[in-house]
Ligand binder design. Structure first.
Ligand SMILES: Cc1cc2nc3c(=O)[nH]c(=O)nc-3n(C[C@H](O)[C@H](O)[C@H](O)COP(=O)(O)OP(=O)(O)OC[C@H]3O[C@@H](n4cnc5c(N)ncnc54)[C@H](O)[C@@H]3O)c2cc1C
Length: 430
């Protein structure tokens, strides 16, 4: 028998409020045999969900299945590419979860038997569950760019799952001659971290400006606009001469031939609507879809993402399975780490309530995406979300975009970006 008493209830709600996910909890009776939650994926969504389930009800048996022993955050990985931070500074382990009594299994899930409520791994193990939470992140649509696949991505990295490819791309940038061209091809919508490619271009431009001033960045984009568009354009003009003959960055939009069709890894040439283009370093970020296991488990729709019920994140395809993070269809929330963290807390509260026969709480969700355009110049977009008429909706008047340039405010936004990173990684892995 386990009870959430007034003290632990207040402690939990305080912890949740402190991290800005304002789910309102109602105390509920807890009883019965040990309940099992199996979590697929030890990334942002999965680890947050595991931690918060344990905080809400320490008696729940929580298992996280994740193949890797270390997790590298994608957030701030662009600062690794620019040399402003080390790869070690974005590496996290699972000791925090272990201390909380979460079982960590380093293996890959290769099947979920939704009827039998069993998760199976490549290593041949089976894990029964009362509730399963799936947070496998994204996979790439390898068939969309001729000549580009998972093998080629080892030498022409996407670096859109942080880790070894982040290091490879950084090394390539370091060994590129001054006067070389870095070519980036961002993906079409929808994709993980909408400002990510443009923050990456900004960070690499800051590296070139300081260390390789004759070098250029070409962005061949299938889209005509992107997140925080006006703020990036304004920043690129201020720091990198955007729009002049000397600009470090050139951005070609979809309507002007930005879409690429194929790449020849041997000659480092891309082909698309424009003439063939040869670059010194290439970064292709392909179109995206839900993580592979979501397809295997029958959790995806015809667009390749997982439809969910926004109050609990329970799959619309299979009962007792919840999908959170990038794989889930949680629009209007973006596919971001902060969104995955917020969704995980809502999901954890719902799962604990459901396991104990309680009422699922009314959720509230939050997201902020920071980008650092240049040292001392940070920008952000923020939003609070509510749940109304069966849908996740934006709260009118909440959040917003960074305003017009002001040196002091922008320096503070950069500080906020870095303190957000410290706070959220502590909230997840601490
Ligand atoms: C360059 C870049 C910059 C970014 N910057 C920001 C930012 O500033 N702010 C922000 O909020 N977000 C940012 N993001 C987005 C953020 O990283 C993702 O939205 C977030 O990681 C999503 O969390 P997730 O749990 O869905 O997936 P992930 O964090 O990717 O976790 C998925 C985990 O599942 C595991 N997994 C996959 N398949 C299986 C399987 N079959 N069995 C077991 N485990 C499996 C993987 O190994 C992985 O550890 C950025 C992303 C990029 C690429």
């Amino acid at each position: 028998m386990n009870k959430i008493n007034r003290r632990s209830f207040i402690k939990t709600t305080t912890a949740v409020a402190a991290t800005s996910t304002m789910a309102t909890f109602s105390p509920f009776a807890i009883g019965g045999a040990t309940k099992k939650v199996v979590i697929v994926g030890g990334g942002i969504g999965g680890v947050t969900a595991a931690k918060y389930i344990k905080m809400l009800d320490s008696k729940v048996d929580v298992t996280v299945i994740e193949p890797n022993k270390n997790y590298y955050t994608c957030f701030m990985s662009n600062e690794v590419l620019s040399g402003h931070r080390s790869i070690d500074s974005i590496r996290f382990g699972y000791d925090g979860l272990k201390k909380r009594g979460v079982n960590i299994v380093h293996d890959a899930v290769n099947a979920i038997d939704a009827k039998g409520q069993v998760v199976k791994t490549a290593g041949g193990k089976s894990f029964a569950y009362d509730r399963c939470i799936v947070s496998p992140g994204i996979d790439f649509k390898w068939d969309t760019i001729g000549g580009y696949d998972a093998n080629v991505a080892e030498s022409i990295p996407h670096a859109y799952k942080a880790g070894p490819q982040t290091v490879t791309l950084r090394k390539q940038l370091e060994s590129m001659k001054d006067g070389g061209v870095f070519l980036m091809c961002p993906p079409p919508n929808p994709f993980r971290c909408p400002p990510g490619p443009y923050e990456r271009a900004s960070q690499i431009a800051s590296y070139f400006k300081a260390k390789k001033p004759k070098s250029k960045i070409l962005i061949l984009d299938p889209k005509d606009k992107f997140s925080k568009f006006g703020l990036f354009m304004d920043g690129w003009k201020r720091h990198y001469g955007y729009g002049t003959d000397n600009s470090i960055i050139k951005w070609v939009k979809g309507a002007e031939g930005g879409k690429i069709e194929s790449v020849d890894p041997k000659t480092k040439t891309v082909q698309g609507e424009m003439d063939p283009f040869k670059a010194d370093v290439i970064n292709i970020i392909p179109a995206q879809k839900a993580g592979k296991i979501a397809f295997v488990a029958g959790l995806t729709n015809d667009k390749g993402w997982c439809p969910i019920e926004g109050k609990t994140f329970e799959s619309k395809k299979h009962k007792n399975i919840h999908v959170i993070g990038d794989s889930a269809v949680a629009s209007p929330m973006p596919k971001s780490g902060y969104a995955a963290n917020s969704q995980a807390k809502v999901c954890a509260a719902a799962v604990v309530a459901l396991l104990n026969g309680g009422k699922t709480p009314h959720p509230s969700y939050v997201n902020t995406c920071y980008s650092v355009i240049a040292p001392g110049d940070g920008i952000s977009v923020a939003m609070v979300y509510d749940y109304k008429d069966g849908k996740i909706v934006k709260v009118k008047g909440s959040g917003g975009l960074t305003g017009k340039y002001d040196k002091k405010t922008r320096a503070r936004e950069e500080q906020y970006a870095h303190s957000w990173f410290n706070n959220i990684t502590n909230d997840i892995f601490g």
